[in-house]
Design a protein around this ligand. Sequence first.
Ligand code: LLP
Length: 450
Amino acid sequence: MDVRSLVEEHGTPVYVIDEADLRLRARTFVEAFRAAFAEVGTSVDVYYAGKSFLSVAVARWVREEGLRVDTCSGGELAVAVRAGVPGPEIGLHGNNKSDDEIRRAIELRVGRIVIDSAAEVERVATLAREAGRTSSDPVPVMLRVTTGIHAGGHEFISTAHEDQKFGVSLAGGAALAVLRDVLAHPELDLVGLHSHIGSQIQDPAGFRAAASALLGLRAELRDVTGRLVPEVDLGGGYGIAYTSDETPIDVAHLARELAQIVRDACAELGTALPAISIEPGRAISGPAGVTVYRVGVVKPVTVSGGSGGSGGSGGSGASGEAEEASDGSTFVRTYVSVDGGMSDNIRPALYGATYSVRLADREGAAGVLRSRVVGKHCESGDILLPDVELPADVAPGDLLAVPATGAYGRSMASNYNNLLKPPVVAVRDGVSTVLVRRETEEDLLALDLG
Ligand code: LLP
């Protein structure tokens, strides 16, 4: 679709999702993992990690593509329910679930509640009993296990090393003890072991190590209790390409590798193969989304070499706007302000995440401006792209498109500075549809009771 007509209809900033692309990515996970694990003789369920981006339509799409939905809060549960996802096709995570969230999950008969701590076993069991659940109709639970593997793009999104808040450690028999506790509760049904090692992972080694660790624990539990847990969930975290320097993880290749590891490990351990599940989020929604902004103020700033940071090498600039001083000590950086910023994409500020950007309404003149694309928030760290080249004639009114923003953009959006959250618009076959409408000042004021 023509970006200009999209923007004419929906305004800026706007999150645009390519429905066919998102569906294809969802389907690819299902097909690749099912094919790979069918080869070795077991089944796979794919849960779409709603935290990456969930709306009623997206929940429906992924369900139509054969996925289930992974949630981690009452709010995500509510969206899945509104979309008509049946309880048994929903998973619930969370390191600090509220009683209310657990109760709702039990009432909805979700497919699994993933227990995240020793203390949670008794809480879930108590709420299960209160809901009248007994050994003849137990609540399905998994245990999230901390495998000690450090993986992921940034410290904040690495989740399976020891010193962090998620899961129960394998070390010192802690996970084993909690599993035995689960088995001692007749109102709980231990359906699986779970591991999520981190996010934006490019190197498959971590997935391989985590799979082996979980299978080892599964065999150990069988040895101690005689109980062979039927399912192993390998979590999400599949990395995508944010810029042309990055390579996305090869899903089909990874699936085949993991299938072989699971087959070999089970053969070695003398256990039957478990059913497998996975929870990709970013790799489904991320590349399917583009954020479109409108350029406002364009401001050249002279930067002295020492504080140039990644832009310190200076600019080129046929326009003469980004001239490097002859001694190399100063250069001009053009600050290009857009009508959104850290409230619609916190990832650059929070993780130093990198993106690319394109002028989206026209070709642009030859020559480049060394630019920094910034938002409109009252904060100098409100930087979307710290150092990029834009056409030399970029000007107020232009449209800039930032690709690969479908995951953890809208889902982590805030109302900082009382900015209104942008709409999410789906495009398909030349037609655009609003999935989530733009916030209005009335929406903001509706919560303010004066
Ligand atoms: N399963 C569990 C239990 C998770 O905690 C997560 C992500 C996923 C699955 C999905 O991971 P994905 O396939 O999307 O990488 N806000 C950060 C990412 C945090 C991920 C948290 N958990 C970011 O913007 O990079």
